[in-house]
Ligand binder design. Structure first.
Ligand SMILES: [Zn+2]
Ligand SMILES: [Zn+2]
Length: 608
């Protein structure tokens, strides 16, 4: 039901977004009329509306204390906020001090910069400003007064962490050096490789680090292998429903079902091995699992897995030392395009079967990844990678000579181990596995259940903060990319520039359907410029406009008998311009108005 409503609302928004200029113009005129009508009937009490879309209205929250005491948003901050409004947190680095809920319903961002004189607010009262923004205003940093800096900041988007890392391969060497370069670390993914593969990184929204502080890895840093099972839920496409973590001795350290936030809509049992019956009465949450893992892992743990970025994304966790067997082993030539499945790697290199018709158990997947990682460390960098010149046929021959048959590294356990109850609460410590003769029954289980791990264990911390080592690198240079690159990536995005761009921009963007320009100076009057922008802006996701208060023509005077010598007041006209622009935006548009004078800058912000 909720889903259907959401879809309906989205369709409504999209229909609105793609209205032709003619219908947009008609809509705009109607909006103006409605607005006037509202004003004239303001004495009647407001109607109570139960529009379901109101619940989906985006909200913009600023947590300015996170910027530090007395800190004001400067040009870079403000641009970051505006880009967050336009592109959302998926494509850009979201500011830590701002949150937009229901961002996907925020379809348009209108930014109006009004250049005013220093005593503007002391002498001018804009009715519309007070009404529309209520008290949603804040003072900005002094550098906003520099309009060149302002527009150049807006037209260049700060690269997100992953993007910056990708572009700075050589510089990442410094971080890599800090992380250590001994035996096992050769097999650990570099930060750059992790960025390329879209691993979660510290500081990303909703991502929790496995440690506050890590320790440099050494030849004796322990391996821990992890595998997650996911189900489809109403909350997310893939949500964590089971996780197995095992140590180097193949013993289970943690094995639990996890109650997803949303209701499960598809158990994808064929892949997850999870059924509705298994999930009955499960109360362990993702947060419990995260805390247990923080307590269980040592600060120099090397996390092992197959396509680990999927597991870490499901766990909503980040970890700096990752050994991914699908990166370390690839017997087909195409290392980066084509991953070998865990099942085929296990058959190929271990001569063992997993994920058989008997069912699927996450312990077995974690076990297989661990064995593959151990084999790789034992055999070296070139081993198992066809693109490095390694040949399977040759390897197979060598193995036959060594062992007399084709069996490689068979597992050794042969008696089942009865599960021992939790030493803390006597509850179960592992998941009741349903796979016939599953390997998980032949190994020792954890001493404590998840909640006892959270309650009784204390996280062992190392000596450096991973995030800091990444950020030190980032501060070296402010890396940005022209906004056009971001706009081109998303077919829903386009920018309308309504300011003297050639005069202020260091580099003009390439004009076209995605970015277009309306020069205020090319219109006979300011009001014709505003009318033109307002009639066409419905099609654009971002509208950047600059208005010089001095140049705004006053409204035609109604009382011609006024004193001849008096300075003509244009505040009514300015008021009307701002009102017109806001009226022309779509529903749920983010409206940012920046009043900039040489010594004072003020931001008015609201969601329409
Ligand atoms: Zn317990
Ligand atoms: Zn099992």
């Amino acid at each position: 039901m909720a889903k259907r409503e959401m879809r309906k609302s989205l369709k409504w928004d999209i229909d609105n977004l793609f209205k032709s200029p003619e219908t947009a113009e008609a809509e705009f005129q109607q909006a103006i009329k409605r607005r006037k009508l509202d004003d004239s009937t303001s004495s009647t009490p407001p109607r109570v509306r139960s529009d379901p879309r109101d619940a989906l209205k985006p909200k913009l929250l600023l947590h300015l204390t996170r910027l530090g005491d007395g800190h004001r948003l400067d040009c870079e901050n403000l641009a970051n906020l505006i880009h967050y409004c336009i592109f959302g947190s998926k494509s850009i680095q979201k500011p830590r001090w701002a949150t937009i809920s229901q961002h996907r319903y925020l379809l348009q961002t209108l930014v109006v910069r009004v250049n005013v004189e220093d005593n503007f607010f002391a002498t001018t009262n804009l009715k519309f400003l007070n009404e529309f923004f209520d008290r949603h205003w804040l003072e900005l940093g002094a550098d906003i007064s520099d309009r060149r800096l302002f527009w150049n900041s807006l037209m260049n988007v700060r690269l997100d962490l992953k993007e910056q890392i990708k572009r700075k391969t050589d510089r990442m060497q410094k971080t890599f050096d800090l992380l250590g370069k001994f035996d096992r670390s050769h097999f650990v993914l570099t930060t750059e490789q992790m960025a390329e593969r879209n691993f979660p990184f510290p500081g990303e929204e909703g991502i929790v680090a496995t440690k506050m502080r890590y320790k440099k890895i050494t030849h004796s840093s322990p391996l821990y292998s992890v595998d997650c099972e996911m189900c489809e839920t109403t909350h997310a496409n893939r949500e964590l429903t089971r996780i197995s973590l095992i140590d180097e001795k193949q013993n289970t350290i943690l094995d639990t079902f996890v109650k997803p936030r949303g209701d499960i809509t598809d158990y994808v049992t064929r892949y997850s091995g999870i059924t509705a019956k298994m999930m009955e009465g499960v109360t362990t949450t993702l947060e419990d699992v995260q805390r247990a893992i923080q307590n269980l892992l040592p600060p120099d743990a090397i996390l092992v897995g197959h396509s680990l970025e999927h597991d870490l994304s499901a766990m909503k966790m980040t970890h700096p030392f990752c050994l991914d067997v699908c990166h370390s082993l690839n017997y087909t030539n195409n290392v980066f395009e084509n991953r070998n499945s865990l099942k085929s790697l296990t058959e190929m290199f271990l001569g063992e079967q997993i994920q058989t018709e008997y069912g699927h158990c996450s312990y077995e997947d974690a076990w297989a990844a661990l064995r593959l990682a151990q084999l790789k460390i034992q055999e070296g960098i070139v081993f198992g990678v066809a693109s490095y010149g390694w040949k399977y046929s040759q390897y197979r021959e060598e193995q036959k000579l060594k062992n007399g048959d084709g069996e490689i590294l068979k597992s050794t356990q042969n008696s089942t181990v009865a599960p021992i109850p939790c030493t803390g609460c006597l509850g179960p410590t592992v998941v009741g596995c349903t796979v016939v003769n599953c390997r998980c029954r032949f190994v020792a289980g954890p001493a404590q259940c998840v909640s006892c791990c959270v309650r009784n264990l204390v996280s062992e911390e190392g000596d450096f903060d991973w995030r800091e080592t990444l950020e030190v690198d980032l501060e070296m240079e402010r890396v940005t990319s022209p906004i056009e690159n971001y706009v081109k990536k998303d077919k829903m995005k386009s920018v309308l520039m309504g300011f003297e761009a050639p005069e202020v921009l260091e580099k003009m963007p390439e004009m076209g359907r995605k970015i277009h320009l309306k020069l205020p100076s090319s219109f006979p009057t300011y009001s014709s410029f505003i009318d033109n922008v307002a009639s066409e802006m419905l099609n654009d996701s971002a509208i950047f406009i600059e208005i010089d208060r001095k140049k705004v023509e006053p409204l035609p005077r109604s009382s011609p008998e006024d004193d001849e010598g008096e300075v003509v007041d244009n505040s009514e006209a300015l008021n009307e311009i701002l009102e017109k622009l806001v009226a022309a935006t779509t529903k749920n548009a983010a409206i940012m108005m920046i009043f900039s004078s040489p010594s004072k800058n003020t931001l008015f912000k609201n969601i329409k």
